[in-house]
Design a protein around this ligand. Structure first.
Ligand code: GLA
Length: 327
C-alpha cells in the first residue's frame, strides 16, 4: 500500500515537472560578431541584467567569422541551451544559421544585422530586432547639414566621406539615409566620396578615409558619416593624420556607446561632432527577455522590431542617454 501511494505521488510530481520549464533550466546563447566593440559589450551587459532578473543562464559567445558562428551554435546545443540571439559577422550565412538552429532544435532570434537568403532578401521568418536604419541615417544627415549651415560653410567647398560597408544592408540604409537628408538640404551629390572599409572597425575606416582625403587634398571642409561611431571615428582620425584641423571637420556617428563618449570627454573638441544614440538596452535586455518568454512560456516574439535613436553632441549626451534609459 505504502509503495503504491509513493509510486502515484512520484508520478504526479514527474508530471508536474514536465509541464513547467524552470528558469534555472533555461540557457540562452548571445552570439556577437565583434565582442570588443563597446556597443556589443553593452548589449551583453543588458542581456545579463535580464538573466539575473529571471534566473536563467546567459552564454555569451564572440564569433568573428562564419566558422565560429556555426561551432558556437553546436556548442550551445551540446550545453543544453534552448535558444540563442545572434548578430552574425556575415548576413549571407542566413540560410546556414537557420538550418543549424533547426537541426539543433534551438529557437533563433537575430539582433542588429538581419539575415538574408541566397537572393539577398531579408529572411522575414526569423525574429529580428534592428535599428530604424534609414530614419537614423536621415537624422545623421540632417545634423550634418544643420552644423554646416551653423558654421557658415559654403556646401560647394565641403567634401563628404561616406564610410561604407555595402555588403551589410543596415549599413547601406544608414549611409543612404544620411545622403538623402544631405541632398534635401542642398548638399552637392558630386562632393560625396565613397570610402569602403574592409571591416567594420575604426582602423579599417581610417584606412578607407585616408585614401579619399589624399585624393581630394584641395577640399577645405569635411563631413563624415558611416555605419557606426567606429566608422566615423576612423574618418575623423584620418583627417587629423593629414593635418586638417578639428574646426574644419564634422563627423556624426551612430551608437553612443563608450567609443563616442570617450571622444566627447576629451578636453578639446575633435571633429567627432555628434552621434545618434541607439539603445543597447532594448537590443540586449529586451531580446534576451523575449527569448526567455519564448522558451519558458511559448510566447513567440514579434517578427520585426525596429528601434529609434536620438541625436547627441558633446554637451548633452548624458541627458540623451538618460532619456533613452541607458545608464
Ligand atoms: C551593426 C553595427 C554595430 C551597431 C549595430 C546596431 O551591427 O556593426 O556597430 O551599430 O549594427 O544595430
Amino acid at each position: 500500500m505504502r509503495s503504491w501511494k509513493a509510486a502515484i505521488l512520484a508520478g504526479v510530481v514527474a508530471f508536474a515537472a514536465a509541464g513547467t520549464t524552470y528558469a534555472a533550466d533555461i540557457k540562452i546563447g548571445f552570439i556577437v560578431k565583434q565582442p570588443e566593440e563597446p556597443w556589443f559589450q553593452d548589449e551583453w551587459k543588458f542581456a545579463d541584467q535580464a538573466a539575473t532578473e529571471k534566473g536563467f543562464t546567459l552564454v555569451k559567445i564572440g564569433a568573428e567569422d562564419g566558422e565560429k558562428v556555426m561551432s558556437a551554435i553546436d556548442n550551445l546545443a551540446a550545453q543544453g541551451a534552448q535558444g540563442f540571439i545572434v548578430c552574425t559577422p556575415d548576413v549571407k550565412l542566413g540560410p546556414g544559421i537557420v538550418a543549424k538552429a533547426m537541426a539543433n532544435d534551438l529557437k533563433l532570434m537575430t539582433v542588429d544585422d538581419r539575415l538574408v537568403g541566397a537572393d539577398g532578401n531579408a529572411l522575414e521568418d526569423v525574429v529580428h530586432m534592428g535599428i530604424s536604419a534609414t530614419k537614423i541615417g536621415e537624422t545623421v544627415g540632417q545634423a550634418l547639414a544643420d552644423e554646416i549651415k551653423k558654421r557658415g560653410w559654403d556646401m560647394k567647398n565641403v567634401g563628404a566621406i561616406r564610410v561604407s560597408y555595402d555588403q551589410l544592408p543596415t549599413a547601406v540604409d544608414r549611409v543612404e539615409g544620411a545622403i538623402a537628408a544631405l541632398k534635401a538640404a542642398g548638399f552637392p551629390a558630386e562632393n560625396i566620396y565613397d570610402a569602403p572599409q574592409a571591416k567594420t572597425d575604426t582602423e579599417a575606416a581610417l584606412n578607407a578615409a585616408t585614401t579619399v582625403l589624399n585624393k581630394h587634398a584641395d577640399v577645405k571642409h569635411w563631413i563624415a558619416f558611416g555605419l557606426n561611431d567606429e566608422a566615423v571615428l576612423g574618418a575623423v582620425r584620418a583627417t587629423e593624420s593629414v593635418g586638417i584641423s578639428a574646426d574644419n571637420v564634422i563627423g556624426v556617428g551612430i551608437g553612443g556607446a563608450e567609443s563616442a563618449i570617450n571622444e566627447f570627454k576629451k578636453p578639446t573638441p575633435t571633429g567627432f561632432f555628434g552621434t545618434v544614440i541607439i539603445s543597447p538596452k532594448r537590443h540586449g535586455y529586451e531580446t534576451a527577455m523575449n527569448m526567455y518568454e519564448w522558451v519558458a512560456n511559448d510566447k513567440e516574439p514579434e517578427k520585426l522590431t525596429l528601434t529609434a535613436g536620438a541625436l547627441a553632441v558633446r554637451g548633452d549626451y548624458d541627458a540623451v542617454r538618460k532619456d533613452l534609459g541607458i545608464e
